[in-house]
Design a protein around this ligand. Structure first.
Ligand code: SF4
Length: 507
């Protein structure tokens, strides 16, 4: 018997896809398992605890708690933007005030300790020594003891994907080590994979965690449970043990990943490429069968395709065999999207939104980053998608090595020119992966935030420092009226995860 845990804090809007995949594999081999979404349960338990009475905002927010939760779990909030914003702000306020005494800045998607950093292994080890100081400890101590008694697991696995989950994961590990030293503890997930793919990786958690897993966890978990598998088996995800109807969304969201790695795999700044994660795709016909079966079973209101980039061949397959439910995900701005009929076919198949990593509006920057995007194609794709009724969530990356102020201003011009075709914008400042092709060509400093940091500081070749980039964004880019009105649409905290619901209401 194994228990799989989704630790706090991550956006509580959809079930954890990685855990559903592990459930699919365990289910297939008839191995008993249990699942704990400690993120959703933990956040709800803190929200329902009385707030500090001295704060009038938190007290008022607490009085409206059930109304706010109901509005985020119905369609109301997505039809009245003010209501949505107020609900999210109030929930964040309650969490902030509740965790203040633990010296943690807590929110629905945020966990920052005043002193402990998730990028330092010594700080993670400190979190294991004092689990009771974690704001979630009253919840998880009780819940884990109950589970240990009722399920008597031989192993407990944590799926750690985001930095905001790291300190809570290690607090829970510390508690379990103390409570049940005999149970095997397994730690995997996207963040752990990135740590283990760092050059010169040395495990700082020996003696604490029994197994660290890099990459897909199905085979290592099965082998731990005594099942040896040969080859790369595909197991359909299984969501039966997850509370799919309890998340902060107007109905179940079905996350589904049809591939790992990226079929393009060439962008010079990309962590996927730096980590040398191979591209493994499930054949399109299997994806269609999986989606139809899962839709029939879970009755989702939205499918979230998690691929780093949905391949054009999968898009074609979905257009030919629509899943019957709206869907969205990341796509590359390829020439396929310059075909208006292709975009219309996607829309007919239920595509409500595409996330597009445009990164820059300057062709020399795009070429230097090996993005494989041509601005004329991007322009035509944005117009076609708009005409077809598919919203776009455009991702921009500022401060990359080939970019300076002149190039950043070209990005501004491109966005302004296409403002009426862009639904939402994500603005990011470039982080140099600690390893990868660009890092080797730059003057870098070996130590940035901690021994587990995935990024390094570097001397920008055009002296376009993070500080200057931030100034440009705040004083120029975000202030342009056409851009400001796009940015105002972004759903706070949940961003792209909730954005499709705001455009679906219009469809
Ligand atoms: S398309 Fe995205 S995931 Fe693929 S290599 Fe480029 S940045 Fe990485």
């Amino acid at each position: 018997m194994v228990i799989l845990i989704h630790p706090p804090v991550a956006k509580p809007c959809e079930p954890p896809a990685g855990i559903a995949k592990l459930c699919g594999a365990l289910n297939h081999h008839g191995i008993r398992y249990g699942v704990l979404d400690a993120n959703l349960e933990g956040l709800l338990s803190l929200l329902n605890a009385s707030p500090v009475p001295s704060d009038t905002w938190a007290s008022r927010a607490f009085r409206h708690l059930s109304k706010h939760l109901a509005s985020l779990k119905g369609w109301d909030a997505y039809q009245q933007e003010d209501r949505y914003r107020r609900a999210v702000k109030d929930l964040n306020r309650i969490l902030k005030m509740t965790a203040r005494s633990s010296r943690v800045r807590l929110g629905l998607a945020n966990y920052e300790h005043e002193e402990l950093f998730p990028t330092r292994s010594t700080d993670l080890l400190r979190a294991t020594e004092n689990p009771e100081t974690n704001p979630f400890s009253p919840y998880f101590e009780k819940r884990l003891v109950e589970l240990l008694k009722s399920q008597q697991p031989s192993a407990i696995g944590f799926s750690l994907n985001y930095l905001s989950q790291a300190l809570c994961t290690f607090a829970m590990i510390g508690f379990l080590r103390r409570e049940c030293p005999g149970v095997k503890l397994v730690l995997g997930g996207g963040l752990v994979t990135s740590w283990m793919r760092r050059p010169h990786w040395k495990n700082p958690f020996e003696g604490l965690v029994d197994h660290l897993v890099a990459g897909p966890g199905e085979a290592p978990l099965l082998s731990l449970m005594g099942v040896m598998q040969s080859g790369n088996n595909h197991y359909s995800p299984n969501y039966d043990s997850l509370p799919v109807r309890d998340y902060f969304a107007p109905g179940p969201i079905l996350p589904y990943s049809s591939s790992s790695g990226c079929y393009w795999n060439r962008c010079s700044f990309c962590p996927e490429r730096a980590e040398e994660n191979p591209y493994i795709a499930i054949p399109a016909e299997k994806v269609i069968v999986d989606l139809l079966r899962l839709v029939d079973k879970q009755k989702p209101v939205l499918i979230h395709l998690l691929d780093n980039a949905i391949s054009p061949s999968l898009m074609k397959a979905i257009a030919e065999h629509p899943p019957g439910v709206p869907w969205y995900g990341f796509a590359r701005t390829t020439r396929h999207l310059t075909d208006p009929d292709f975009c219309l076919a996607l829309r007919r198949s239920g595509c409500g939104m595409l996330k597009l990593g445009l990164e820059s509006g300057d062709q020399t920057v795009l070429d230097s980053l090996q993005k494989g995007v041509h601005l004329e194609e991007a322009s035509s794709a944005l117009k076609n998608l708009k005409k077809a009724g598919i919203a776009t969530y455009v991702y921009l990356l500022f401060g990359t090595p080939p970019e300076g102020l002149i190039e950043a201003r070209r990005t501004l011009e491109f966005v302004v020119k296409h403002h009426d075709c862009i639904g939402f914008l994500n603005l990011a400042i470039f982080n140099m992966p600690i390893y990868g092709p660009q890092t080797r060509q730059m003057e870098t400093n070996s130590f940035y935030e901690g021994d587990l940091s995935l990024y390094t500081s570097f001397d920008h070749p055009k002296a376009w420092s993070r500080q200057l980039v931030r100034q440009f964004l705040d004083k120029e880019f975000k202030r342009h009226p056409a851009i400001a009105s796009i940015l105002r649409r972004d759903p706070p905290t949940f961003t792209s995860n909730h954005a499709p619901f705001f455009v679906m209401k219009e469809q």
